[in-house]
Design a protein around this ligand. Structure first.
Ligand SMILES: [Zn+2]
Length: 158
């Protein structure tokens, strides 16, 4: 608990959950979605928890692969950055809105430089775009497309 600064009587509107209006005080403090900040059954919190679950699974898939070269390196680098973006998105007042933006960005990156064979980054972006769409529509992001590293990499299902 923060003992220093006196707690503000009102959290700024931008720091309140979009769905239940709960102040995201603990969420901001711990940089993780925290259930106590939300009313029971809050849809934003439920989505945030699923985003974190996916991010944790992706992190495990990234570290389970032993290959460290070529496309896989790109895939890994892109995925590692996405994990941070997903966790940040899960802590925002509107997780849904942030996730939509990320989904758009990943879709854009997946299509980039797709003249030849897709690069590791293209593949990661494509996977992430599908995962975001699955999360937004209440589907299982892992079964929507199994977490998959490019050729040469081994994958671990979560
Ligand atoms: Zn909420």
């Amino acid at each position: 608990m923060v003992a220093t600064a006196p707690g503000p009587a009102f959290e700024p509107a931008s720091n309140r959950c979009d769905w239940c209006s709960g102040a995201l005080t603990l969420t901001r403090l711990r940089r993780r979605p925290i259930r106590q900040d939300h009313l029971p059954g809050c849809r934003e919190y439920e989505l945030a928890a699923r985003v974190i679950e996916y991010a944790v699974g992706l992190k495990a898939a990234v570290s389970a692969t032993s290959v460290r070269t070529g496309d896989y390196r790109e895939w890994r680098k892109y995925s590692a950055r996405a994990i941070k973006d997903l966790i940040r998105a899960a802590c925002r007042p509107s997780v849904r809105e942030q996730l939509s933006e990320l989904s758009f960005q990943y879709g854009h990156d997946a299509a980039r430089e797709s003249d030849g064979a897709p690069t590791g980054a293209n593949q990661a972006a494509s996977m992430l775009s599908l995962a975001c769409q699955a999360l937004l529509t209440g589907k299982d992001p892992v079964s929507a497309q199994a977490l998959k590293a490019p050729e040469g990499g081994t994958t671990r299902h979560v």
